[in-house]
Write a protein that binds this ligand. Structure first.
Ligand code: SF4
Length: 356
């Protein structure tokens, strides 16, 4: 697959994670726990960290949540972004608490003085701000002028927020333009990429449940990335956020943009299969989610394409009648009974990767 040349953006840093320029595309997710419960939130952040999340966002809906930001930032293995609507007070508190990023739209926090205060504090702490435009909450005046929440209206809204920050010499900015409609989302990002060099945070918002949201995100986020647009992403799913990170990784892997973790090849099975391949593939995928090294694992049903794919992969199994062949980089490790095949594969990989 040939990707178009990457749209060049300037680079910002969220903690230790670079975004933009030639930095790898980073994966973000958002906690679903109450931010006012730091212990539960940190437990979820750790789960996200385990599956390869790079940056985590937490919602700050009220004072209790704002008061817990420091504990979360201090305990988090990932850079934390505070998601704030309307309240410049929460924004200032979050900056003081040491968040590595803010998501706030300066046009929504009131007087120019408030914007100036937030911009000054963010500049002093070098805290980047994401301007997050959502098609569902555009300014009335922009909506009236454009007639509908299309790509041009979203871009105009984003540029308005950008101008407010630039007015205060603040340029640690990234931008997202999310719509629940895939085509509108893609058009908006394409349009803004022609106009700014700020890093772009990709996402299709309210994309749906695991299955539908994965499809919409793969098309929308994956399509833009294949055009060279986008520096960081969040897959929005009505599901456990761990799934968001897994889907994000899979999109990057499918495009060859991220080599870490397991690239799975598995056959769809057919009438020739004589082992329970679906259960085996699901088990292998789940049990190798912790692997960070870039390896390819092939789970194949039978002797037709199985040995060929298994041989080409770093690790592979090819099913036979009630048993299967285990291979490592073209070398036959041995034949195993069906009940022992997955165990033997996992032991082999874990031993090689030096992980538990
Ligand atoms: S590898 Fe074998 S079982 Fe799997 S789809 Fe191909 S022919 Fe069918």
């Amino acid at each position: 697959m040939t990707l178009l040349q990457r749209h060049l953006t300037r680079q910002i840093h969220l903690g230790s994670v670079p975004i933009g320029g030639s930095a790898p595309i980073s994966i973000q997710s958002m906690t679903t726990t109450k931010t006012s419960d730091p212990q539960a939130t940190l437990e979820q952040i750790e789960q996200l960290h385990q599956v390869g999340c790079d940056i985590v966002r937490i919602a700050i809906p009220d004072e209790q949540a704002a008061g817990c930001v420091k504990a979360i930032v201090n305990g988090s293995p990932l850079p934390v972004v505070a998601d704030i609507h309307f309240s410049h007070v929460f924004a200032l508190q979050a900056i003081e608490a040491g968040v590595q990023g803010l998501r706030i739209n300066p046009g929504n926090i009131g007087s120019p003085q408030r914007v100036a205060t937030v911009a000054a504090a963010a500049r002093m702490h070098r805290t980047p701000i994401r301007i997050g435009v959502n098609a569902g909450s555009l300014e009335k005046e922009i909506l009236q002028r454009h007639g509908h929440p299309g790509a041009a209206a979203m871009v105009e809204s984003a540029l308005g927020h950008v101008a407010l920050l630039e007015l205060h010499n603040f340029d640690l900015i990234k931008i997202s333009l999310k719509a629940s409609d895939v085509q509108t989302t893609m058009d908006a990002y394409r349009l803004i990429a022609q106009q700014v060099d700020y890093p772009l945070h990709l996402g299709v918002t309210e994309a749906g449940t695991l299955a539908m949201g994965t499809i919409k995100s793969a098309i929308g986020i994956g399509g833009l990335l294949s055009e060279g647009i986008g520096d960081t992403l969040r897959v929005s799913l009505t599901a456990d956020p761990v799934e968001e990170v897994k889907v994000g990784r899979q999109i990057l892997q499918a495009l060859g943009l991220r080599r870490e973790g397991v690239n799975f090849i598995s056959c769809p099975t057919c009438g020739r299969v004589e082992v329970d391949l679906m259960t085996m593939a699901a088990e292998v995928e789940e049990k190798l989610a912790h692997i960070k090294q870039p390896i390819t694992v092939a789970i194949m049903g039978c002797a037709v394409n199985g040995p060929g794919e298994a041989r080409e992969a770093d690790y592979g199994i090819a099913g036979g009648r009630g048993r299967g062949l285990l291979m490592r980089r073209g070398e036959t490790i041995g034949w195993y009974e069906e009940s022992q095949l997955v165990k033997a594969l996992l032991e082999l990989i874990n031993r090689d990767m030096n992980t538990k």
